[in-house]
Design a protein around this ligand. Structure first.
Ligand code: F6P
Length: 364
């Protein structure tokens, strides 16, 4: 049977465990050996106890858990060729020629590079007597399938990444909680929302929580945002005398000149110009914490299943794919194109308008 290695890399996200569980169970069901590669790429480089055979039972009672039980790390060693050479040796020794990488765009780019280098790495391992020629022959191709696990929803080509929905729940729960104290004191709250250069979470959270204003990187406010915010509050107060205002600020929010809009800037405006009592709350890693929502458990399971099926279908010439959500369908899409478009959006964000970003992302 085939030998599969699964690892999670980059920032953890709720629903990763559901994906790992599905990969292990579908893999075993189809007669494969599945190995956990713990601590992301670092575990692959370090080998030893970090690479362990997965059993069916080891995934019991994990589907609801947040985070990633097999650990994740940001790994510098894997960025250098000597690190990748060690990783290749560790995989080949166990006959692992199928990898499922669960992570963000950085982690998936690394996986693709590894795949391209694989024949050269194996040749070097033979030349330096670290593996036999036999091993090279049986392990000559590395198949890679990616799953996008990230709370940010910043990956092009998928409607939702694993973890976004749970993060959204965390944000809304936090806003609901803050609301009770905000209303009691007639205070305004400015909340910083994580998500790197992607405004999906604050935008959707804003709709779900009746926020007064949302600042996101993809759509810098036209004109003077300070004045715009004050005018909006004055205008809306005519028809809706609210006891509180909630403003959501994406961590990557910018003004029309490309300057970061900080929560403290918004607080200053509301305090000085609107005479409001204002508090700032940075939600931070609370967003990434806690249980996986039903939606993340389900897409994690469906994507994990599809990842194993994609590996089973892959031949030496099949390009690496990433498993994505299109509408309600789980489908395969070329990994490299998705990674390149994601990079492009990041680099050109300031030159693109909101619609262009949405189009490039595929479905926002
Ligand atoms: O990419 C996920 C994410 O949580 C971002 O939203 C955030 O900017 C970043 O990771 C935080 O990174 P770290 O966990 O290393 O502090």
């Amino acid at each position: 049977g085939n030998v599969i290695g699964v690892f999670t890399s980059g920032g953890d996200a709720q629903g990763m465990n559901a994906a790992v569980r599905a990969i292990v169970r579908v893999g075993i069901f189809l007669g494969c050996k599945v190995y956990y590669i713990k601590e992301g790429y670092q575990g692959m480089v370090d080998g030893g106890d970090n690479i362990q055979l997965a059993t069916w039972e080891s995934t019991s009672s994990t589907i609801h858990m947040g985070g990633t039980l097999i650990g994740s790390a940001r790994c510098l060693d894997f960025r250098e060729r000597p690190g990748r050479l060690k990783a290749a040796k560790n995989l080949v020794e166990l006959g692992i020629t199928n990898l499922i990488a669960i992570g963000g765009d950085g982690s998936l780019t690394g996986a693709n590079l590894f795949r391209q280098e694989w024949p050269g790495l194996l040749r070097e391992l033979v030349d330096t007597n670290q593996i036999t020629m036999d091993r090279l022959t049986t392990c000559s191709h590395l198949n890679i399938v990616g799953l996008v696990g990230s709370i940010d929803n910043d990956f092009c080509g998928t409607d939702m990444t694993i973890g976004v929905d749970s993060a959204l729940h965390r944000i809304i729960e936090s806003v609901d909680e803050i609301m009770t104290t905000a209303v009691s004191h007639k205070r305004a709250f400015v909340l910083e929302i994580m998500g790197r250069m992607c405004g999906y979470l604050p935008l959707v959270a804003g709709i779900s929580s009746e926020a007064t204003m949302v600042f996101i990187p993809e759509d810098p406010p036209e004109g003077d945002w300070r004045q715009g915010l004050c005018d909006h509050i004055k205008e809306s107060s005519k028809t809706d005398a609210r006891r509180t205002h909630i403003v959501l600020v994406a961590e990557g929010a910018i003004d029309r000149f490309g300057n970061i809009i900080k929560c403290s800037d918004v607080q200053k405006v509301l305090t000085e110009r609107m005479n409001m009592d204002v508090r700032v709350t940075v939600l931070g890693h609370v967003q990434r914490g806690g249980r996986a929502s039903a939606f993340d458990r389900i897409i994690g399971t469906r994507m994990g299943t599809e990842a194993v099926l994609a590996l089973m279908d892959a031949g030496p010439e099949t390009p690496a794919c990433v498993i994505v959500l299109h509408g309600i369908d789980i489908v395969r899409t070329p990994l490299m194109k998705a990674v390149e478009t994601t990079k492009l959006v990041g680099q050109k964000m300031s030159e693109l308008n909101f619609d262009e970003v949405v189009n490039l992302r595929g479905r926002f």
